[in-house]
Write a protein that binds this ligand. Structure first.
Ligand code: FAD
Length: 458
């Protein structure tokens, strides 16, 4: 049996970051991972999806080359090569994470970890002792219990990401972030896509204007979207039966992708035996990332807070510091969330609806992508930036962007919010021209009705 100061279970973006920080703080640290380091994010999530979406985006751009005065003939793609490029990126990043762990002298143990008490962990036939334990076992895809769910051709996001050929059509159950990114991938590569969503809108929780604009944009691209629709059966040959407006309907697809969310990976890791309390299927943690057992912390998707890689990493840093005796608190107020559809979507802080629900007297400013010079240069016309501010204090409560590079641009707003800047600071920040980021400044000007480039024609 080997003894450690800190043991981290699970090597996703929560766990490996926590392990590195624990080691940086001078702790003898072990990271136990049963599969590959990088977790869902690197192996079956963020990275592979965005690698595939990038190929699809470039393919779309090539199809419209003539609009830029260019000629490109016989444009086509070989999906096996797109998938191989994705695998190559994933493998290189896995090696990178392994290198980082080595450089920080974190011991990497490959095996399935099960708690055997509050300081003991069984890993196969080995036992590890650690004064502090950080649980970071992540999440797994949720399923649905409908007749025919076992039918061949029904898969979850893991299945989609392991395809080496792209089927001609897909029915996607679930219009959340993962479902819509997969829908965008198939659509951009010319495949027929139908999305069936049980709720009244796709991308529930996002700004309402973003949801309606994105629905319109995707439908224009040929994606068929059914909302308020409940899947009742999947038939062989792949026909998905669903109820909508009290009537039964049916759509065909070569594959059916179930993208109905993810559940924390809490089974068979000895939580109950260690006396760790759960709430709604998630490990209960406080703002210091402590579980109900004093020396055991939990981070990432297993805590059921926000299922995002950067949230898991942020929690991981907090847990590592606190395991080393500090008292850092996790705050969930300013965590950007991004969707890699085309155009991209990014949001931080409160939406209008959330500000209204909190009875905050707020003001908004908006600016359309179509009125931005750089957007015209790159051929983008859909989308907008919106800033939500406290009407009394000018505090920036949140922002939503649907635009090219929205996912990169949102960090500007997050940084201003974090440094407690107001709408004045955002308005007075000189943005370079011509850039798409100018839509953020224009939206800030619009909060006071002082936007120079906005007309009724926009
Ligand atoms: P995970 O990444 O799930 O890692 C947990 C690790 O623990 C796994 O490697 C697992 O093998 C290991 N493990 C589990 N049990 C044990 C055990 N008993 N012993 C040893 N090891 C164990 N988030 C974003 O921020 N941006 C995105 O663009 C994005 N895109 C996504 C796309 C898809 C298709 C999916 C599915 C998810 C996406 N996410 C995205 C979500 C993101 O991947 C997760 O929020 C993130 O990976 C959670 O990190 P984690 O460290 O909590 O757990």
């Amino acid at each position: 049996m080997e003894n450690f100061d800190v043991a981290v279970i699970g090597g996703g973006p929560g766990g490996y970051v926590a392990a590195i920080r624990a080691a940086q703080l001078g702790n003898k640290t072990v990271l136990i991972e049963k599969d590959k380091v990088g977790g869902t994010c690197l192996n079956r999530g963020c990275i592979p999806t965005k690698a595939l979406l990038h190929s699809a985006e470039v393919y779309q751009k090539m199809l419209y080359a003539d609009k830029l005065g260019l000629s490109a003939e016989n444009i086509s793609f070989d999906y096996s090569k797109i998938a191989a490029r994705k695998d190559d990126i994933v493998n290189r990043l896995i090696s990178g994470v392994q290198g980082l762990l080595r450089a920080h002298k974190v011991t990497l143990l490959n095996g399935n970890a099960v708690l055997a008490g509050n300081t003991l962990i069984n890993v196969g036939d080995m036992q590890v002792q650690a004064d502090k334990i950080i649980l970071a076992t992540g999440s797994v895809p949720s399923g649905i219990s409908v007749k025919g769910i076992e039918t061949s051709g029904v898969m979850n996001s893991d299945g989609v990401l392991s395809l080496t050929q792209l089927p001609d059509s897909a029915v996607i159950i679930g219009g959340g972030v993962i479902g819509m990114e997969i829908a965008s991938l198939f659509n951009a590569l010319g495949k027929a896509v139908t999305v069936i969503e049980m709720l009244p809108s796709i991308l529930t929780g996002m700004d309402e204007q973003i949801c309606s604009t994105m629905t319109r944009v995707l439908e224009k691209k040929g994606i068929q979207i059914y909302t308020n629709a409940k899947v009742t059966e999947i038939k062989k040959g792949l026909s998905v039966v669903f109820e909508i407006d009290g009537k039964q309907s049916e759509v065909q697809g070569a594959v059916c992708v179930v993208a109905v969310g993810r559940r924390p990976a809490t089974a068979h890791i000895g939580l109950e035996e260690a006396g760790i309390k759960m709430e709604h299927g998630c490990v209960l943690v406080d703002e210091y990332m402590r579980t109900t057992v004093p020396n055991i912390y939990a981070i990432g998707d297993i805590t059921g807070k926000i299922q995002l890689a950067h949230a898991a990493s942020a929690q991981g840093l907090i847990a590592a510091h606190n395991a080393g005796g500090q008292n850092k608190r996790m705050s969930y107020d300013i965590i950007p969330s991004c969707i890699y559809t085309s155009p991209e979507i990014a949001s931080v802080g409160l939406t209008e609806a959330q500000a209204r629900a909190k009875s905050i007297y707020f003001k908004t400013g908006t600016f359309n992508v179509a009125a931005n010079g750089r957007s015209m240069i790159i051929g983008a016309k859909d989308g907008f930036a919106k800033v939500v501010t406290d009407a009394a204090t000018g505090e920036i409560l949140g922002a939503q962007i649907m635009a090219p590079h929205a996912t990169d641009m949102i960090s500007e707003i997050a940084a201003i919010m974090k440094s407690e800047g107001t709408i004045e600071e955002l308005s007075d920040t000189i943005h370079p021209h011509p850039t798409i980021s100018e839509i953020i400044m224009e939206a800030a000007h619009d909060v006071h009705g002082l936007c120079c480039h906005k007309t009724d024609l926009v």
